[in-house]
Design a protein around this ligand. Structure first.
Ligand code: ACO
Length: 424
C-alpha cells in the first residue's frame, strides 16, 4: 500500500499497515495493536491536542508557518478590504459569499433579531456593579436558551437557522447591555436603521438623553474590519468548546455560552486585555529591556506574543497594525503604541523569540485600537466574542452535518491507585 504507515510493535514483533489519508492516520487504527486479546489496544496520548485533528472542516484554512489565513478559501486580507462583517459571517456559515438578495435577506434577519426579551435586563440588574462584562455575557448567552426552548430541535434546519439569526443578532445587544450596566447607564435598544457595527457603537455610547448620536464612520468601519479578523480561527480553544458541548446535542445557546467562557481565559481571547495591562505596567520605552529580561528568565509571558498555530507573523496582526493608523488619525495616537512598537522591535530581533518563532498575534495591537476608540479594558474580550459568534455557529453547524461526528469523549491514561478497599 503506497499511502500507508507500517508499524512494528516491538513488544510482539507484529507489523501493522495503517492507511494514510489527507496527511493523517486514524488513531482508532491503533486499537488493533495489542499484546494480548484482553488488551484494550494502543492509545494516542496527546495532551492539549497538539497533533490531533478532531474533525474535517471546510471553513477556515491556516498555514501557521507561512502566516496564511483564509475563510472558505478567501484570503483574510481581501475579505477585510472588500467585504463587510455580515457578508463574512454569511460566508462562514453558508460556505459562499452572499448574492445581493441573499445579503439583503440575511441582513434583515439578523437586524430583526437584535432585541432581547425584557427579562434579560433583570439578569443584568442582578449583577454586581463591577461584574466583568465577559462574565455577564457568558451568563446571558446561556440564559437565552431558557427563552427559546425550541432551540433544542437542532436537527430541524429552520429552527437551527432561527437560532443562528438570534445569536448573531443579539450578541452585540448583550455586550452593550453588559457595558451599560457596568457604567450604571440606561440600556439603549438596538436601532434597525443602523448597520451591525454602527448599531453596536450606538448601543454602547449613545447618551440616554439624546436620540441624535452618530458613530464616527471611520471608527465604525475599523470595528467592522476587526470583526472580520476575529470571526473564525478553525479549531481554537473556544471553537473546540462549542463543538464539544454541541456534540452532546445541547442547544446552541448553551454551547455558545461554553465557547464564550473558553474565550474569556487570558491565554485565549482574554489576552488583548492582558496586553494592555502589561503595556500600562511597562509605562515607558526605557523599561522594555527589563520586561524582555523577565520574559526570557521565564518569570512572565509577553502577552500578545506567540500562537499555537502561527509560527510567523499573524496575518491579522499585520492588518490591525494598518487599521491602528487610520483610527489614531481620528482619535489621536495611543501613547502606549510606542511601547508596543519597541517591544515588538526588541522581541523580533532577540534570539529567545526568534528560536521559538514567537511573533505578535491578533491581540497585540487590537487592544490599543479599542482603547483609542474609548472602550474600557474589560470590554475587549467581549469585542472579540461578538464576531466570533459567527465562527462558533459555522463550526457547530458543520459538526451537526458531519455523519462521522459523535459525542466528544477523549480517553485518559489512568495513573491513580489500583483497586483498594475502604477500611471497615
Ligand atoms: N512569551 C514568552 N515566551 C513564550 C510565549 C510568550 N508569549 N509564548 C510561548 N512562549 C515560549 C514558551 O515558554 C515555550 O518556551 P520553552 O520551549 O522554552 O518551554 C515556547 O515559547 C513554546 O510555547 P508553548 O507554550 O509550548 O506554546 P503553546 O502553543 O502551548 O502556547 C500560547 C500558545 C498559549 C498562545 C502562548 O504563546 C501564550 O501563552 N501567549 C501569550 C498569551 C496570548 O497572547 N494569547 C493569545 C493567543 S491568540 C488567541 O487566542 C486569539
Amino acid at each position: 500500500m503506497a499511502d500507508s504507515l507500517t508499524v512494528r510493535d516491538n513488544r510482539t514483533g507484529k507489523e501493522y499497515e495503517i492507511p494514510i489519508s489527507e496527511g493523517a492516520i486514524r488513531s482508532a487504527e491503533f486499537r488493533n495493536i495489542k499484546v494480548s486479546a484482553e488488551d484494550f489496544g494502543l492509545l494516542a496520548y496527546d495532551p492539549a491536542f497538539m497533533n490531533t485533528a478532531s474533525c474535517k472542516s471546510k471553513i477556515t484554512f491556516i498555514d501557521g508557518d507561512k502566516g496564511i489565513l483564509r475563510y472558505r478559501g478567501y484570503p483574510i486580507e481581501e475579505l477585510a478590504e472588500r467585504r463587510k462583517y455580515l457578508e463574512v459571517a454569511y460566508l462562514l456559515i453558508y460556505g459562499e459569499l452572499p448574492s445581493t438578495t441573499e445579503l439583503r435577506d440575511w441582513t434583515h434577519n439578523i437586524t430583526y433579531h437584535t432585541m432581547v426579551h425584557e427579562n434579560i435586563k433583570k439578569f443584568f440588574d442582578g449583577f454586581h456593579y463591577d461584574a466583568h462584562p465577559m462574565g455577564m455575557l457568558v451568563t446571558t448567552i446561556a440564559a437565552l436558551s431558557t427563552f427559546y426552548p425550541n432551540a433544542k430541535n437542532i436537527f430541524d434546519e429552520k429552527t437551527r437557522e432561527l437560532q443562528i439569526y438570534r445569536l448573531i443578532g443579539k450578541i452585540p445587544t448583550l455586550a452593550a447591555f453588559a457595558y451599560r450596566h457596568s457604567q450604571g447607564m440606561a440600556y439603549i435598544y438596538p436601532n434597525n436603521e443602523l448597520n451591525y457595527a454602527e448599531n453596536f457603537l450606538t448601543m454602547m455610547y449613545r447618551p440616554p438623553s439624546t436620540s441624535t448620536y452618530e458613530p464616527n464612520p471611520v471608527l465604525a468601519k475599523a470595528l467592522d474590519v476587526l470583526f472580520i479578523l476575529h470571526a473564525d480561527h478553525e479549531q481554537n480553544c473556544s471553537s473546540t468548546a462549542m463543538r464539544t458541548v454541541g456534540s452532546s446535542h445541547a442547544d446552541p445557546y448553551s454551547a455558545a455560552a461554553a465557547a464564550c467562557a473558553a474565550l474569556y481565559g487570558p491565554l485565549h481571547g482574554g489576552a488583548n486585555e492582558e496586553v494592555l495591562k502589561m503595556l500600562e505596567e511597562i509605562g515607558t520605552k526605557e523599561k522594555v529591556p527589563e520586561i524582555i529580561r523577565q520574559v526570557k528568565a521565564g518569570d512572565r509571558l509577553l502577552m500578545g506574543f506567540g500562537h499555537r498555530v502561527y509560527k510567523n507573523y499573524d496575518p491579522r496582526a499585520k492588518i490591525i497594525k494598518k487599521i491602528a493608523e487610520e483610527v489614531f488619525e481620528v482619535t489621536g495616537r495611543n501613547r502606549l503604541l510606542d511601547i508596543a512598537l519597541e517591544l515588538e522591535k526588541v522581541a523580533l530581533s532577540d534570539e529567545y523569540f526568534i528560536k521559538r518563532k514567537l511573533y505578535p498575534n491578533v491581540d497585540f495591537y487590537s487592544g490599543l485600537i479599542y482603547q483609542a476608540m474609548g472602550f474600557p479594558m474589560d470590554i475587549f474580550t467581549v469585542l472579540f466574542a461578538i464576531p466570533r459568534m459567527s465562527g462558533w455557529l459555522a463550526q457547530w453547524k458543520e459538526l451537526l452535518q458531519d455523519p462521522e461526528q459523535k459525542i466528544s469523549r477523549p480517553r485518559q491514561i489512568y495513573e491513580g491507585y489500583p483497586e483498594r478497599h475502604v477500611p471497615p
